[in-house]
Design a protein around this ligand. Structure first.
Ligand code: SF4
Ligand code: SF4
Length: 198
């Protein structure tokens, strides 16, 4: 047995008692919530809280101030990308999910810019290291939008430079709620298309 492996009792090693214990806990919560919700319907035991599932996407949660949501690439006043394709974010990324292809900038004052900048959001762990690593505030996660939730192909979850820049544009012109509105409307549109295709 390796030195650091936890010592399991015989009951734990047999698995079955642990499975029964897990089912007992889950059933206990289910029955408790069912009873409390039923009592609340009749105005009884209102002071005792029962678990509630957020009815997303109809209902939205208010995200805490420190929430690190979807990424965005910041833009300069002239609308061009602020990123200088220095690769520091890609180097710092523990999930290795940032792909950058650098190009020569037409302006001699600017050395490089990203011809391609992509984040594979299926690999991303939303740690924020890319934001910390960036020396010119070119990437942020202050959008209050959670990651994309729908798609049928892996490519649907790869966010391109255009998508990441558009978020900054929407944020500046229509505000944070608009980002979530757009995400939900895309989701509903995809759902309608999928339903029509069945
Ligand atoms: S949030 Fe973390 S995992 Fe995601 S792209 Fe940035 S550094 Fe990589
Ligand atoms: S986002 Fe920032 S760290 Fe990443 S390549 Fe662009 S300038 Fe460099």
């Amino acid at each position: 047995m390796p030195l650091n492996s936890p010592r399991l009792s015989l009951a734990e090693r047999l698995y079955l008692p642990e499975i029964v214990r897990g089912v007992r806990v889950t059933t206990g919560h289910f029955v408790r919530n069912l009873v409390l919700h039923t009592l609340h319907l009749f105005g009884i035991a209102k002071d005792r809280k029962a678990a509630v599932t957020t009815q997303y996407p109809e209902e939205r949660k208010v995200y805490p101030e420190g929430y690190r949501g979807a990424h965005r690439l910041t833009i300069k006043p002239d609308g061009s990308v602020r990123c200088t394709a220095c690769y520091l974010c890609a180097t710092a990324c523990p999930a290795k999910c940032i792909y950058i292809e650098a190009g020569e900038h037409p302006d001699p004052q600017v050395e490089k810019f990203p011809l391609r900048y992509e984040i594979d959001t299926l690999q991303c762990i939303y740690c924020g290291m890319c934001v910390e690593a960036c020396p010119c505030d070119a990437i942020r996660m202050d959008t209050y939008v959670h990651p994309r939730i729908h798609g049928y192909r892996r490519e649907d979850f790869v966010e391109t430079k255009q998508v990441l820049m558009e978020r900054s544009h929407v944020l500046a012109t229509r505000g944070r709620d608009a980002l979530m509105d757009d995400l939900q409307s895309d989701y509903r549109h995809a759902e309608t298309l999928a339903a029509g295709g069945r």
